[in-house]
Design a protein around this ligand. Structure first.
Ligand code: DQA
Length: 147
């Protein structure tokens, strides 16, 4: 029950970057919350952020080998990256797409997501809580733990 939590460009600045849109919680806070929740859900997580498209693609390829699910906030690559969509299409497990802000309330160019063509679910506008919601959904979608 390994889950990758992947974050795209500029999310390293979470908490400092446009806090009126993205809030004051940092990515380190998000990671800590995900790790606490993962223990409760009996998941193991690998948590990554990159500003480089190829690194996100390489992590998706690594997830193919070992993970049952991916929670991904592709950030701006959501709206531009056929390459990330193609990589996700090679992954057989559960995928939940997360956006901190409600992208549908924002500029028109944020309304289209390549990643949504593959994602099993999409969470937008729930703030950084969206990561926890995404992890809970992935946990429900992947193999239940033996009791
Ligand atoms: C985002 C929304 C994207 O449109 C934007 O480019 C981001 C963050 C979000 O979490 O709300 O960088 O994915």
């Amino acid at each position: 029950r390994l889950v990758y939590v992947l974050n795209g460009p500029n999310l390293n600045l979470l908490g400092k970057r446009q806090p009126e849109i993205y809030g004051h919680v940092t990515l380190a806070d998000v990671e800590a919350e995900c790790r606490t929740l993962a223990r409760e859900l009996e998941l193991e997580i690998k948590f990554h952020q990159s500003n480089r498209e190829y690194e996100i693609i390489d992590w998706i390829h690594a997830a193919r080998e070992e993970a049952g699910g991916i929670v991904i906030n592709p950030a701006a690559f959501t709206h531009t990256s056929v390459a990330i969509l193609d990589a996700l299409n090679t992954f057989e497990g559960a995928i939940i797409e997360v956006h901190i802000s409600n992208v549908h309330k924002r500029e028109a160019f944020r309304h289209h997501s390549y990643v949504s063509l593959r994602a099993d679910g999409v969470i937008a506008g729930c703030g950084t809580q969206g990561y926890a919601l995404g992890l809970r959904r992935v946990a429900a979608l992947i193999e239940p733990v033996a009791v």
